[in-house]
Design a protein. Structure first.
Lengths: 292, 296
């Protein structure tokens, strides 16, 4: 009787999520899958058209380009931001004066809302009177057209993503602080230098954290929306910054093709899932878990 | 002889430590400039008169501080950009954010408590499903959520932006559950021996101990709601109900020049509350992150 009561209490406590999970996750996922096989807009109810949305995607050049843009961005920004965040965290993990102060400063950029971030960088990267090119020009460095040359625009976004890497940095920092000091002492007795200690102690010990951050970064990069939407309306120039989510949004709400957009959503889901599984598979030999 | 070489070693080691320390400080200062300079430039620009925003070389110190840019940014009206009721957007954003934070803290703590400290059949299955849903990219849900809220008659209202947060979210539940599991079970057992119900145990014993983790949830939800761009873009239809992150866009002009000083002032108005909240929550926040098992 006691356990029966416990069952009831447990379900009651979890009830908000049982409802939320059903209404705001499971149900939309199922309907989205159904929509992906229909033609459907706000004005017209969905009607079944089989797999033609998916077949159309195979031939859709804009879709291919947005997919390529997104994958290129993810392939550049995730590794760069990972390495940068780990280096920052290692620097913040040393014993120097004013560490709490630096930690706050390094973290602040990641607090800036995406849209404010976008307009700030539009201003700094501006080709005519932008601060960055003024500075680069003064010291005799090239002044690339950050916002107007399709060859540069994606790199502009990658640079910004590196600037706002604070969240991952804090998580790495917490991971670093958990590495037992005795391991470093043991490595020192074995004659390991700083680089050796980093490579053979630090990296293996924080490898689960790296894996977690890389996967979260990958999922985030695949969904990039607000920043390019604000900085490069329509993904211009030459659709070089037209990302997957922007095309999905335009398809659903500008072109009113919600069935087609749903099919795109499921392709995105499939790609994200495969990338995550690949990351898990590739890492399984290298990630070190304590105690099993 | 032996003695001499060992002191020589000691000085060289001391020198190496010193060089190391200088290098670390230099790197920290250099990186601080890298992180802060864009924001300082934003502040400088927000305090300039418009004709000093586009000078070459750039002016770091304005001829005078144009404080009037801030009141101007709150309710801007121009022929090119139209009327931008930024103050109204601020009010809307605060409204949505407060409801989202309250809803999120209450719902996530209830659900996480159930997952962490009550044994019931189906718990592990639901928790597994919950973790799996973290993999679902947001854009997959864009169309069906819109259709759902349209069914509810919620398009054009604030409800799609905050009501879902009152039902918990996978990430927050996960975070909080990890934290609650670290609280010794003996505390709950002692409370129950004293005759406390599950509810009393939750409210009087567990919640006070979970403060740091609750602050983390509150800050995350605040950041998410305050910064949310896609939600308002999808569900809000009337100019008067827009939020700050949407309003910022309107300062960008397609025709005549963008008033950069006002745009930067408006951006600061959006950023400053976030930084204030972070500063107040910082200590508990960092402690909460370190103990919630967020690190994997």
């Amino acid at each position: 009787m006691n356990t029966r009561r416990e069952q009831l209490v447990g379900v009651l406590f979890a009830l908000p999520w049982i409802l939320g999970f059903t209404i705001f996750l499971a149900y939309p996922l199922v309907t989205s899958f159904y929509y992906s096989f229909t033609s459907f807009s706000v004005l017209r109810p969905p009607h079944w058209i089989g797999t033609s949305n998916y077949r159309e995607l195979i031939k859709d050049d804009v879709f291919h380009q947005s997919l390529k843009n997104t994958l290129t961005y993810a392939a550049a920004s995730v590794p760069l931001a990972t390495v940068f965040a780990i280096l920052l965290a290692m620097l913040l993990n040393t014993k120097a004066k004013g560490m709490a102060f630096y930690r706050t400063i390094f973290y602040i950029p990641s607090l800036v809302p995406m849209v404010a971030l976008g307009v700030l960088w539009l201003w700094i990267f501006n080709g005519h009177y932008g601060l960055l090119n003024e500075g680069l020009g003064k010291v005799g460095l090239p002044t690339p057209p950050w916002l107007t040359d399709p060859a540069w625009t994606k790199w502009t976004l990658v640079l910004i993503s590196v600037w706002g890497t604070g969240n991952a940095m804090v998580i790495y920092l917490a991971g670093l602080q958990d590495v037992p000091q005795s391991l470093y002492e043991a490595a020192e007795i074995d004659g390991a230098k700083a680089i050796g200690k980093t490579w053979h102690v630090t990296i293996p010990m924080i490898s689960p954290v790296i894996l977690f951050n890389v996967i979260m970064g990958l999922i985030g990069a695949m969904q990039t929306f607000a920043l390019p939407y604000v900085m490069f309306p329509g993904g211009q120039p030459a659709r070089s910054t037209y990302f997957f989510s922007m095309y999905l949004y335009d398809t659903a709400f500008q072109f009113q093709r919600m069935g087609y957009a749903s099919a795109m959503g499921w392709v995105m889901f499939a790609i994200t899932l495969s990338l995550t599984l690949i990351a898990l598979k590739l890492s399984s030999k290298h990630v070190h878990y304590e105690g099993g | 002889m032996k003695k001499f070489s060992s002191t020589g070693l000691a000085t060289s080691r001391r020198r190496r430590v010193l060089i190391n320390r200088v290098a670390v400080q230099a790197a920290l200062i250099g990186l601080s400039i890298f992180f802060l300079l864009p924001l300082i430039w934003m502040i400088v620009t927000s305090l300039k008169p418009i004709d000093e925003t586009m000078t070459s070389p750039p002016r770091w110190i304005p001829s005078h501080f144009e404080w009037g840019n801030f009141p101007k940014a709150f309710a801007y009206n121009s022929e090119d950009l139209g009327y931008i009721p930024f103050l109204v957007y601020g009010k809307n954003t605060i409204f949505v954010t407060i409801l989202a934070v309250i809803g999120s803290v209450i719902s996530n703590s209830l659900v996480a408590y159930s997952f962490a400290r009550i044994k019931w059949r189906g718990r592990e299955v639901l928790f597994g499903l919950t973790l799996a849903t973290m993999m679902v990219p947001g854009p997959v849900l864009m169309v069906p959520m819109y259709a759902l809220f349209k069914e509810f008659g919620w398009i054009g209202t604030f409800r799609p932006l905050w009501v879902p947060t009152c039902f918990g979210s996978a990430f927050n539940i996960f975070l909080l559950r990890q934290f609650l599991r670290t609280i010794p079970i003996e505390l709950s057992e002692a409370a129950k021996l004293d005759g406390a119900s599950e509810w009393r145990t939750f409210v009087d014993v567990i919640i006070p101990l979970a403060r740091p983790a609750l602050v983390v949830i509150a800050v995350f939800t605040f950041l998410w709601a305050w910064n949310d761009f896609m939600g308002p873009l999808l569900y809000l239809t009337d100019q008067q109900t827009f939020t700050l992150s949407m309003g910022l866009q309107f300062f960008q002009s397609q025709h005549t020049g963008t008033p950069w000083n006002l745009l930067m002032a408006a951006s600061l108005i959006v950023i400053v509350p976030v930084i204030i909240v972070f500063f107040f929550a910082q200590k508990v926040f960092i402690k909460g992150i370190a103990t919630t098992g967020l690190k994997g």
